[in-house]
Design a protein around this ligand. Sequence first.
Ligand SMILES: Cc1cc2nc3c(=O)[nH]c(=O)nc-3n(C[C@H](O)[C@H](O)[C@H](O)COP(=O)(O)O)c2cc1C
Length: 178
Amino acid sequence: MSSILIIYRSQYGATKSYAHYLADCVGAVAKSYKDVKKKDILDAKIIIFGGGVYISRLSILKTVKRFQKHLESKKRYLFAVGLTDTAFEAIPRIEAANSDIFSYHFKEVYYYPGTFDVSHMNWFHRTLLNMIHKMMAKKEHLTDEERALYDAINHPQDKRDMQLLNPLIESLEHDIYQ
Ligand SMILES: Cc1cc2nc3c(=O)[nH]c(=O)nc-3n(C[C@H](O)[C@H](O)[C@H](O)COP(=O)(O)O)c2cc1C
């Protein structure tokens, strides 16, 4: 049994790679949301949720809601993975678009840049992004997030940086020895 559990939801692998790297660093178990059982939650002292940003929505929040009633006594963290470069730009926007985030009382919320390659995406996402690209091409002003998405549609990206996990690792080490 590990007292730190990382639960992730990852469509194209970026969130999964952060989750497993983090698990190796702090001796945690990383599981996809599909494989998590109630017992995993009950056994953990610290739970970290990680999910990708999809049209501004954070994919992991449904899972947090599902287990909410078992989370009260746990220390909870959240990390989001998206396309924008910095947490400074991304976190306020993610919080605004996912206002239910506040009801889960995370100790800290982190943001990490992910990957984007349309040629590896499923049909639904390719079609959706094609439509979004056409709509954005007509707009006079794009937000940072829209600009990042617009540029990435024609240019595959891998912005992952595992060093960005260091502040979260430090917080977890502090919690473990408390
Ligand atoms: C259909 C689609 C919509 C997306 N929308 C956003 C978005 O609104 N904001 C953002 O920052 N990133 C957006 N992204 C980028 C993803 O968050 C990014 O690819 C991330 O690495 C996905 O993580 P995952 O592979 O672990 O699911 C979108 C990606 C796709 C495929």
